[in-house]
Structure formats: C-alpha cells, structure tokens
Design a protein. Structure first.
Length: 119
C-alpha cells in the first residue's frame, strides 16, 4: 500500500517563499515520476511541476522561473521550492507519484496541503 506524506504549505505574503515536500512509502520500486498539482476554488486541478526518475523536470508556464522541483527516486521523495509567490498561487497543492510496474503506470495522490498567498 503506497502512502504519501506531504509537508509544508501555509500562509505567506506575496513575494515570499515556501517549500513543499512529499515522501512516498510502501513501494518496492523507485518512482517513474513525482510532482505537485494544485487546485484553486472553482478551477480544475493542474500540473505545477513534475520530476521524473530520469532527472527531467516539467513546469507549468505560470511558475517557470519561480518554482524549482527536485527529487530523489532512491528515497521516493520530492521537494518543491516556491519563491516570488503571487496571490494566484493560492490553492490546495497535491503530491502525485507514479510507478511503472510491468509496463503500466500506477498513480497515487496525497491528501493535499493548503498554500495561501495573501497580505
């Protein structure tokens, strides 16, 4: 049973910084990809940033240059460092991990952590 533990999040002023971390336990294999999605009220869940086991990184256009994702697939952990935060970054952030097992991807979600950017 894969279990994701998220940490970080909270309230920060515009222009501030915040970090989110996620650890996936219960898997016998390293992740194929691991990253963060977010969902603001009334909006669909969207990709924020993703790190793959091969070391590549994907970012939403809205966070490029402000957010940095790093990961360690030997420990199945990922960290998202967010800087120059804007009010529009306010959302519930969800950790996602995907494992490639026998040619199929198996995905799991964390419970979500609130990030609020407000003065």
């Amino acid at each position: 049973q894969v279990h994701l533990v998220e940490s970080g999040g909270g309230l920060v002023q515009p222009g501030g910084s915040l970090g989110l971390s996620c650890e996936a336990s219960g898997s016998t294999v390293s992740f194929y990809s691991m990253g963060w999605y977010r969902q603001a009220p009334g909006k669909q869940r969207e990709l924020v940033a993703r790190f793959t086991g091969g070391g590549s990184r994907n970012y939403a256009d809205s966070v490029k240059g402000r957010f940095t994702i790093s990961g360690d697939n030997s420990n199945n952990t990922v960290h998202l460092q967010m800087s120059s935060l804007k009010p529009e970054d306010t959302a519930v952030y969800y950790c996602n991990v995907a494992f490639l097992i026998r040619g199929q991807l198996h995905g799991y979600w964390g419970q979500g952590t609130q990030v609020t950017v407000s003065s």
